[in-house]
Each structure stands twice: as C-alpha cells, then as structure tokens.
Ligand binder design. Structure first.
Ligand SMILES: Nc1nc2c(ncn2[C@@H]2O[C@H](COP(=O)(O)OP(=O)(O)OP(=O)(O)O)[C@@H](O)[C@H]2O)c(=O)[nH]1
Ligand SMILES: [Mg+2]
Length: 398
C-alpha cells in the first residue's frame, strides 16, 4: 500500500471551514453535496477553424464516439460545419463541444456579427484549429477572442500526415515537429502574437505530437471546479489523462472518507473500524467508470478494437475478478482490513483528532477509508493504462 499523505494542511483547513459553516451534524451531508458539485458544472468548448481542418474529428475523439454512435459528428465531407452545432459528451451532458464554422467559410466573413452568431460569451475556452500554419482568418479570430479575455489554444492537426510524407521523402522525422512549430510561430508572429500557445497533434494518434500537452494546458487554464469537471468528464484517452484523473480522484478521497466514516456507520463483522460500505462501493464503481473499466466502456472498446470481451478483461490485473464476478468489493475490502493494523493507522491520525475527531466515530475508520480508496484508485489506474496500450497496439497493427 502506498504511503500517501492522509490529509494535507489545506484539507484540514477546508474541513475546519466546513465545520464552521455548517456545524458538525451537517458535515457529511454537506461534503456529499460538494463531492457531487462537479457534475453540475457546465463547460462549453468552442472548436473553430477553416473547412476540412479536422474540427469534427477532434470533437468525436474527445467525446469518445465512433462512426456507429448516433451522435457522431459527420467527418470528411468538407464544409459540413455550416452552423454552430452542439455535441454533448455522452458521459456528462454538461460538457458541450461546439463545432463552429470559422470565418472565411462559405457563410461567414470577418465581421463583428460573427461573434454574435456564435454567441461568444458562452464558451469557457476556444480551440483554433488549422491543418496548415494558421491563416490570416485564424489570426483575426484569435485576436478577437483575446480582446474578450477568453483562453484559446492554437491546434495544428494532421501531424501523422506530415510524418508519413517526411518518411516517404526520406527526411528525418525528428525535424518535422520543430519545423511545423517554427512555421506556425513565424506566421502568428507576423499576425501580432509574440509567444502563441501552439499544439501540434494528430487526431488519430495521440501518442505522437502534443496532444497531452494540449490537454494539460486546457486543464490548467480553468478555474478549480471547472478543472475538476473537465478532468472527470473527459474519457481516459491517453496515459497522461489517466494520470490527471488519478490525481483528481486522490484529491477527493478525503471528502469521501469523512462522509463514509462520519455517516451512520455500518460495522463490518470482524472489523473494528466502522465505515459506510455503500458509499465506498458507489465510489469504487465511479472510479471504474472514470478509468473506462465499467462494462459499457469495455463493450465500446471491444467494438472499437475488434477484441473479445474476455480477452480484454483477462489483461486487467485488478478489475478482472470484479468484472467477472469472481470476487466482490467486500472481499477485497476485507482482505485489506486483515493486512492493515488498525492501531497503526490510528497513531498516524492522532494529530488530526482535534479537527475531525468529533465528527468521526473513529479516526481509524477515516484513515482506513483513505488508504483503501487510494490504493483502489492506484490499482484501477494500472488497468486503465493497460486499456490505453491495447488501443495503441491495435492502431499500430492497422
Ligand atoms: N491524417 C489525418 N487526417 C485527419 C486528422 N484530423 C482530421 N482528418 C481528416 O481530415 C478530413 C476533414 O476532417 P473533419 O473533421 O471533417 O474536418 P472539419 O474541420 O470538421 O471539416 P468541415 O466541418 O467540413 O469544415 C477527414 O477526412 C478526416 O478524416 C488528423 O489529425 N490526421
Ligand atoms: Mg466538421
């Protein structure tokens, strides 16, 4: 089991403030509401650029939908994005991607009215996409967005095409990315952007280029609650996104542990710590969904990678037994209870008793919960990385 910091000074402060605000009795309920808050947060993402640059493909990828899904955005026809169109994230309806026509398309020119048409105030941030080095139209859009104080990111798509061409022309593939970067920077500097944030990606292969850097930059551009909502709403597409999810899930554990140990405790037979097992079970199912380890996500992955369900579950070290029903959370939980000396945990928590001791029937229960949930997150994270590797391997074989 990892040696995590059980509760940070920041969290102690946060708890103390919650007790002051709500009183001790209401605390578990109050935290429970807080833990669910991210789901109510609306995130509107604008993706815009000239025709055929890959806007719809990018949106489909981030939503984790495939051609056979009902809400797949049409791709590859050219000038298909003529009107602003909203695409919800199937896993969180409050996260909405807007497929927007850029200026200089058949329908819109560089006029102020464009921003009324797209309702610029609606969006949290903008992705400005180009498959070249950004046109004067893109630069105009970026300047207007900057004037309105909104975050935006220049995204250069189709890196895989450039790499293929370089290989074909027997050029050094390691020079491709710096070369594209330089051309884009030169172009945007002429358009008055001193240090533009440019991310060179492939919509079809997230392992090459700067897809992960783009995701991290987006997360960090958002205020705390939106950041959490964004990380928890996006699918476990890459290793980096999975690591970000793990961090976000670790951060929320202390709240869940307070609720679980502070709520009407259900004593488990043979265990001298008391936790609300229903909350723990709910939380672990939530982690599994977050990491794409729930049945629905796995079925989707089977279809996408043309792999059998059993073959996938077989490769999942930790979730295999849960998914195949060979063990239950309760048995896992009990196994850990047996290996963890409750007194030891209690000792580590003694210093926090003045803050949270009065609301938690047992400090040991709280500490136990934290350790158990964090260790589950870490184990499930490993399985999530395995799933990403399955997709990467399949893509290589195509
Ligand atoms: N190789 C490669 N092709 C891409 C990439 N992104 C998109 N495409 C292809 O580029 C073409 C245009 O993609 P779309 O997603 O339809 O582009 P769009 O910007 O939405 O186009 P319109 O809505 O018609 O303006 C399609 O054939 C995609 O398969 C990429 O990163 N690499
Ligand atoms: Mg489109």
């Amino acid at each position: 089991m990892g040696d995590w910091e059980i509760i940070s000074d920041k969290e102690v402060k946060e708890l103390r403030k919650m007790v002051e605000d709500t009183g001790v009795q209401n605390l578990p309920n109050y935290i429970y509401q807080k833990a669910k808050e991210w789901k109510e947060v609306k995130i509107h993402i604008a993706v815009l650029g000239e025709t055929y640059v890959g806007k719809s493909t990018f949106i489909n990828q981030l939503r984790g939908v495939e051609e056979w899904d009902k809400t797949y955005a049409p791709v590859g026809l050219g000038d298909t994005t003529l009107e602003p169109k909203a695409y919800e994230n199937p896993y969180n309806k409050n996260m909405v991607f807007w497929d927007l026509p850029g200026v200089g398309t058949l329908k819109y020119s560089k006029e102020e009215s464009y921003f009324r048409t797209i309702n610029i105030e609606r969006y949290d941030f903008f992705i400005l996409m180009s498959d070249q080095c950004f046109s004067e139209n893109d630069a105009w859009l970026a300047r207007e967005i900057r004037k309105r104080g909104k975050p935006f990111f220049f995204v250069r798509s189709k890196l895989d095409d450039d790499l293929r061409s370089a290989e074909h022309d027997r050029q050094c593939i390691y020079e491709v990315l710096p070369r594209i970067h330089k051309s884009c920077i030169d172009n945007l500097r002429k358009a008055n952007f001193r240090e533009p944030n440019i991310f060179i990606i492939s919509n079809y292969d997230h392992e090459i280029g700067q897809f992960d850097d783009l995701m991290v930059a987006i997360f960090h551009s958002l205020p705390d609650l939106k950041k959490e909502a964004m990380i928890l709403s996006i699918g476990p597409l890459t290793h980096q996104i999975i690591r970000e999810k793990k961090k976000a899930l670790h951060d929320r554990v202390f709240k869940i542990a307070v609720i679980s140990a502070g709520a009407a405790a259900i004593p488990l037979p043979g265990v001298d710590v008391a936790v609300d097992f229903a909350i723990i079970t709910y939380e672990i199912h939530f982690y599994m969904t977050e990491f794409g380890l729930d049945e629905e996500s796995l079925m989707h992955l089977c279809k996408k990678t043309k792999t059998k369900y059993d073959q996938i579950t077989e490769s999942l070290k930790h979730s295999k037994s849960l998914l195949t029903g060979k063990s239950t959370l309760r048995t896992l939980f009990m196994k850990i209870v047996k290996t963890q000396a409750a007194e030891q945990v209690g000792g580590r928590f003694a210093k926090y008793i003045p803050v949270i001791g009065s609301i938690i029937s047992s400090c040991v229960a709280y500490g136990f919960c934290v350790n158990f949930l964090r260790s589950e997150i870490d184990l499930l994270e490993e399985d999530a990385h395995t799933l990403v590797n399955i997709v990467i391997d399949k893509n290589k074989k195509l």
